[in-house]
Design a protein around this ligand. Sequence first.
Ligand code: FES
Ligand SMILES: [Fe+2]
Length: 384
Amino acid sequence: MDNVIPNRYRQRTMTRTLQDVIRAYDASATTDRAVTIPSAWYTDPRIHALERKAVFGSSWQWVGRLEQLREIGRYVTASVAGEPIVAVRDRKGRLQAFHNVCRHHAAAVCSLPEGKASALRCPYHGWTYGLDGRLEGVPQFESARDFDKSEFGLVPVRVDTWADFVFVNIDGAAPPLNEFARPLIERVAAFDLDKLRFAERRSYELACNWKVYVDNYLDGGYHVPFIHKALGSVLDNAGYTIENEDRVCVQTSPIRPDRGDAETASVRAGDTALYVWLYPNFMINCYEGVMDVNLVLPLALDRTLVIFDFFFADGGSIEDHEREISIKVAERIQHEDMDICESVQRGLSSRAYDVGRLSPRREAGEHLFHRLLYNDLNAALDGS
Ligand code: FES
Ligand SMILES: [Fe+2]
């Protein structure tokens, strides 16, 4: 039995301090020798708490689409690192983002996912903020002493855009978005984003840690022939490529000219499928005339929300019924991924598992993800 988990790993599972759990991972190993991050990273609430600050709080996080924010007063709300955020177009036409937290008693000022308002009024006691975040209306405060309205505006958050995508960085220390996401921006440019139009959003809740879903995305097509039979039949898995750059992993797969499953083939056109991941939780998937964008949000240690925004080429080249089929195909693939991710989460809680090995041919993206995580968590330990 002692051979089931090598002793060096078993020792790691028995250690207790957060520092030990993080530093059990060896970020210096090459992919052909590396092991995965330890299973404790997927099950330990201390890791989950540290990730909020060190991973989600310090990176650029996607909060909405620019087309939702074109007119003055339009806003979107989001949760970033577990904190409520609102992005809004102000009266001068500037895009602004704030902590969506009332300066009175901390209620969410904007409580809908998106909307349009002439001012941002808190639903709790009616404090009203301008679209630029300034506190304007404060009912029942006439006799308050030492109270200066100008000190109680909404707290701003750094916001930036690329193409149709609005991102925020809540700790304010990330490199500029065009630098943070540069390899992604360059690779996706070839897909003519200007011609794509948003069609629909769908969300999925999974019983797994968010990293299980990202790992699955980054296994370089390893699981495709086993888990996604229909998709696998239209991709040439032997020609799959995986490239890492900075915080980005680019995966491509040739699409088979002879095609497999007819329904999948009808909506997965072109020569190449392109799958681009931006650390930590943003993905863009492109086929000819079809794109979906995914955001992976931790709801709890073992609950994850995955948001899919579907886009299609403008100009009628893709008919309505094809859009429906395309979304149906994506949804079937998503359910296949969800089932296996939930299975993995159960396994990660088993005493029989601590770490796994990586396929050097396939899992370099996953290896990049683990090292980036390690860097952020380890740096936060040093800073805390
Ligand atoms: S919490 Fe917003 S007005 Fe009281
Ligand atoms: Fe998959």
